[in-house]
Design a protein around this ligand. Structure first.
Ligand code: AMP
Ligand code: ZN
Ligand code: FE
Ligand code: FE
Length: 280
């Protein structure tokens, strides 16, 4: 059984719709995917409508933006109660925070490049959340960069000339919300220092104490040098080992299904959760 537990759609910042993502998952020979758009559940229903047709099982999730001592941490939440009030408030708050931040970044960029908010809006399309990838796409469309990767490298990465932080709640709070809503929390790409500052390994102990279920050890952006120590700590804390592609369509080089999560971990993942995995 091959299940890629971390993917994105056009509900956030991927270039593929939930429908196309399910078709691509079937073509890639996957038995299931986790749809984990950033701070939104907006892609779930469209993907769910494709389960019967594709035979691809669907694990409904969200990639929560959080903050640990000023460092951005992405926390995957799976199979929680979608009516949970604190999760709904998080989603509403992040939507605004992300727009405010993107507008402020565009403001800064427009001092050096002829880029307007309307250019970015064109790229946002139907997405329910705005991210730097939409700004990157607008810069690519204007010819200021060749692709998303170059736009991030030159302009948009943390420490870059136009980067601005956005509000995000405390990581341990979010782990608590996910658990209270009968979901499972998994720490996404924990050792990817080229995308943003890494949290110290000791943070894992705090996250585990707050109710963390698993850690994405197998992820294309994890730095291999940290994997032995990460794996040892994950085992010592009794956390589950996850593997996933973080597929974003044409927006990133990550290939759908390039990493998967083991079947025995998936069995534990679905135990006692509010939502079920959707099968054909
Ligand atoms: P934001 O949500 O605005 O902080 O943007 C983060 C998103 O940008 C994540 O989905 C990343 O996958 C994406 N991202 C980060 N670095 C890069 C990069 N170098 N190239 C393409 N996408 C990136
Ligand atoms: Zn993304
Ligand atoms: Fe992420
Ligand atoms: Fe992601």
């Amino acid at each position: 059984m091959r299940v890629d537990t971390h993917t994105h759609s056009t509900a956030s910042d991927s270039t593929v719709s939930p429908t196309a993502l399910m078709d691509e998952a079937r073509a890639a020979g996957l038995d299931g995917i986790g749809l984990t758009d950033h701070d939104t559940m907006a892609g779930w229903d469209e993907a769910a409508a494709m389960v019967a047709q594709t035979g691809v099982a669907l694990i409904r999730g969200v990639e929560f933006s959080t903050r640990y001592h000023g460092i951005t941490v992405h926390m995957l939440g799976y199979l929680f109660d979608p009516s949970d009030i604190r999760i709904r408030e998080h989603i509403a708050k992040m939507r605004t925070a992300r727009v405010d931040r993107a507008r402020a970044m565009v403001e800064r960029i427009s001092a050096d490049f002829p880029l307007t908010w309307a250019d970015v809006e064109e790229q946002i399309g139907d997405a329910q959340v705005v991210g730097r990838p939409h700004i990157a796409d607008a810069m690519v469309a204007k010819g200021f960069a060749a692709d998303r990767s170059e736009a991030f490298e030159r302009f948009l990465k943390p420490g870059g000339p136009y980067f601005i932080h956005y509000y995000a709640p405390e990581t341990t709070d979010v782990i608590g919300w996910i658990n209270d809503a009968h979901g499972k929390a998994v720490f996404a790409h924990p050792v990817a220092p080229q995308r943003s500052r890494m949290v110290p390994f000791t943070a894992l102990d705090e996250f585990a104490a707050a109710g963390l279920f698993g850690v994405e050890i197998d992820h294309p952006e994890n730095d291999g040098r940290y994997i032995p120590e990460l794996t040892a700590r994950v085992q010592r804390l009794g956390l589950a080992r996850f593997g996933a592609s973080d597929y974003h369509g044409a927006g990133k080089p990550n290939r759908l299904g390039e990493y998967v999560t083991a079947p025995e971990i998936l069995e534990d993942l679905v135990a006692g959760t509010y939502l079920e995995v959707l099968h054909e």
